[in-house]
Design a protein around this ligand. Structure first.
Ligand code: WT7
Length: 653
């Protein structure tokens, strides 16, 4: 297949450069051509520009305290995130729409800044009444309904870190995360609709409670389905609570800049999800600054970030970034092809969306559905387009640029991670030329290099490992406090000795003469399915427990739309029916993690490829899955298995 035809993580680099139109540059929030140099010359003080976008209860003494870890961004400063997202906007724009919600069944709800402020206050008062104190972790297990950002901001108001668990995760996954966070408070809903069918979220929450060792002090239930939900002891109806606290005023609790704002779980190399704790000052400054400089947001804009709020992207670019800047943020509960394949364009037209931020997976799906869908709508309100979560191949990039942006909107391909809190590598739309397929340069103030195994910079065009070489405001507490490196070390570790401090991102990359970074995918055992991250070990450990599975290995495989897919190689115990086992494997992953992590392809094999010492040779499985050159197979104990794997795969594709 020619490279350009190939959709997916390994998109080809193109030589093309696209300049942002002069009309965009003229109005851009950040347009100084030498902004990166200016930040470097004044590092770390340059980051005051991010902090200046916020209101502080008490000013910070130093931009970056601690010469090494523990790092303290905006040391000595205090602020409240909810006050920054709500209260400070009331004087100027209390009647402006803060949050526009579009529901799955075609309903919509509109909250002005005043409305949102009122309901956040009422729910904050309710949480306090239920016993939530400062620093108690409140778990939020909700789909994309207005009550989710309301609960997040209510938690922030009283200094209680929230832990949002993606609604599609299973009862097991919820229980694990509540236990790990020692969380005694839960906000969930009765259920919600997914492709027309109701999902009973409350049942999942009940099952999680049964599984948990910990106590649940209180559970709040949002009514989304409209039926009667019997409430047990310690369970409260959301609407009743808000009504009981009508008109309540809750003074925002001043938090130190390095106090925790929230906690979010992500997948790494180990079988257990990792809790990433983000700070109030550094994170919020990073969120606001990147929304300002990269998304070019301003108060009069309507911004739509299509990610579910259950992931970091939704935290930073649906909730905190846009609201900190006083913009209108749009929330969409549904799927992009329901009721019709023009749903997204219809929503953009009806809400006059200025900035649209989505995943390459979605762009590839739009492309497949055809340009007649966007063409049927007036998309002229759009000023800027963005992508995140996985590499975007040049063909999809160009389609997005031409058919959605009418060739006039810059497209920002933003690289970052749950751990970074906000964007780290991207073009600045008011400054940089774009190179389709490449994320762009490190953002101002960010230290990023592509290095080889010895930690030396690679030659332009050579592949290496992406390393962040300076701390940044959005760094998580877990990293700021660590001595030196952070994480959950994957199978690859470039030497980082050369740096005073550095963080290895677990991403492979190349860099060109102009400093443009092109991402090549994770080098650890993480699968990135449609921009969602799962550990192969996490899925493998579920499969290993399925009755009838003798052995299983999970690797990332190619997928035309989703970029990557979950491939499970399973050897069945004698006499087990493969079709039944396939269903059992899917059910097990759905129960333990959630449907989105279920293997896309299950390959049955009499044996897994193993080294002489009996270790599963993952590299070989990956090569077979990608139909790549197998490389050196002399270490294999059972070379005959390769042919069997190849023919099993041929039968499936
Ligand atoms: C991993 C982080 C950042 C929010 C969404 C995912 C991949 C992210 C890009 C991009 C190529 C990207 C990386 C990264 N990734 N953005 N623009 N180009 N790859 O957050 O779940 O923490 O995943 O997503 O592999 O390490 P996450």
């Amino acid at each position: 297949m020619p490279d350009d035809e190939r959709d997916g993580a390994r998109g080809a680099l193109s030589d093309e450069r696209v300049s942002p139109p002069a009309s965009f540059v003229e109005q851009a929030n950040v347009a100084e051509p030498d902004v990166r140099e200016a930040f470097d010359a004044d590092w770390p003080e340059c980051w005051a520009r991010a902090a200046d976008l916020l209101d502080w209860d008490s000013d910070y003494d130093r931009v970056l305290g601690g010469g090494g870890p523990p790092f303290r961004w905006f040391e000595g400063g205090s602020l409240n995130a909810s006050a920054n997202c709500l209260d400070r906007h009331l004087d100027e724009r209390k009647n402006q729409v803060a949050l526009q919600w579009e529901g799955r069944l075609g309903e919509s709800r509109t909250y002005s800044y005043l409305d949102l402020h009122r309901e956040v206050n009422e729910f904050a008062a309710a949480l306090r009444d239920l016993g939530v104190e400062e620093d108690d972790v409140v778990t939020l297990y909700l789909p994309v309904v207005p009550e989710l950002p309301i609960a997040m901001l209510a938690c922030a108001r009283i200094g209680a870190p929230h832990s949002v668990v993606f609604a599609g995760f299973s009862a097991d996954a919820l229980a694990t995360r509540m236990d790990a966070a020692d969380s005694e408070y839960l906000v969930t809903c009765d259920g919600y609709y997914r492709r027309g069918a109701p999902i009973h979220q409350k049942n999942k929450a009940d099952n999680a409670a049964i599984e948990r060792d910990g106590d649940v002090e209180a559970t709040v239930v949002v009514d989304r389905l409209g039926g009667e939900t019997p409430l047990g002891e310690g369970e409260h109806d959301y609407d009743d609570l808000v009504t009981e606290h009508r008109g309540a005023d809750v003074e925002p609790v001043p938090r130190a800049a390095s106090d925790q704002l929230f906690l979010i779980y992500t997948s790494g190399t180990t079988g257990e999800p990792t809790g990433v704790r983000h700070t109030t000052g550094g994170y919020l400054a990073h969120a606001a600054w990147t929304s300002h400089a990269v998304l070019d947001l301003r108060p009069e804009d309507t911004h739509w970030c299509s990610a579910d709020i259950g992931w970091i992207t939704g935290h930073t670019y649906t909730v905190y970034g846009p609201l900190a800047l006083g913009a209108t943020t749009m929330l969409y509960e549904g799927t992009p092809d329901h009721p019709e394949k023009d749903r997204v364009w219809d929503l953009i037209e009806r809400n006059a969306v200025d900035v649209f931020y989505t995943a390459p997976t979605a762009v590839r799906a739009f492309m497949k559905w055809g340009e007649e869908h966007p063409e049927a709508h007036d998309l002229s309100s759009l000023r800027l387009l963005g992508t995140v979560g996985e590499p975007i191949n040049p063909r999809a990039w160009k389609w997005y640029h031409d058919h959605i942006g009418d060739g006039e909107c810059p497209v920002v391909d933003t690289w970052w991670q749950t751990e970074t809190g906000g964007m780290m590598v991207s073009t600045l739309p008011g400054v940089d030329d774009m190179k389709p397929g490449s994320a762009g340069r490190r953002l101002p103030g960010v230290g990023a290099e592509v290095v080889d195994a010895d930690g030396e910079p690679v030659e332009p065009g050579e592949s290496g490992y992406l390393v962040l070489t300076r701390p940044w405001p959005g760094m998580p507490l877990s990293m700021a406090e660590n001595e030196g490196w952070f994480a959950d070390h994957g199978p690859v570790r470039p030497s980082l000795e050369r740096f005073d401090w550095a963080y290895f991102t677990e991403d492979g990359a190349t860099v060109d003469e102009d400093g443009y970074v092109t991402l090549l995918g994770r080098v650890d055992d993480v699968v990135n399915v449609a921009g969602h991250r799962f550990g192969t070990m996490e899925i493998e450990s579920v499969l290993a427990d399925v009755e009838g599975v003798a052995e299983a290995a999970v690797v990332s495989g190619p997928d035309d739309t989703k970029g990557e897919a979950v491939y499970a190689y399973v050897s069945a115990a004698g006499g087990v029916d493969e079709e039944r086992l396939r269903a059992a494997v899917n059910d097990a992953v759905e129960d333990a993690i959630g449907g989105i992590a279920a293997p896309d392809v299950v390959v049955f094999t009499p044996d897994l490829p193993k080294t002489r010492s009996g270790k599963v040779m993952r590299r070989l499985l990956e090569a077979v899955t990608h139909d790549d050159d197998l490389g050196d197979t002399s270490a294999l104990r059972n070379p005959e298995v390769v042919g069997e794997l190849e023919s099993a795969l041929d039968g499936l594709r």
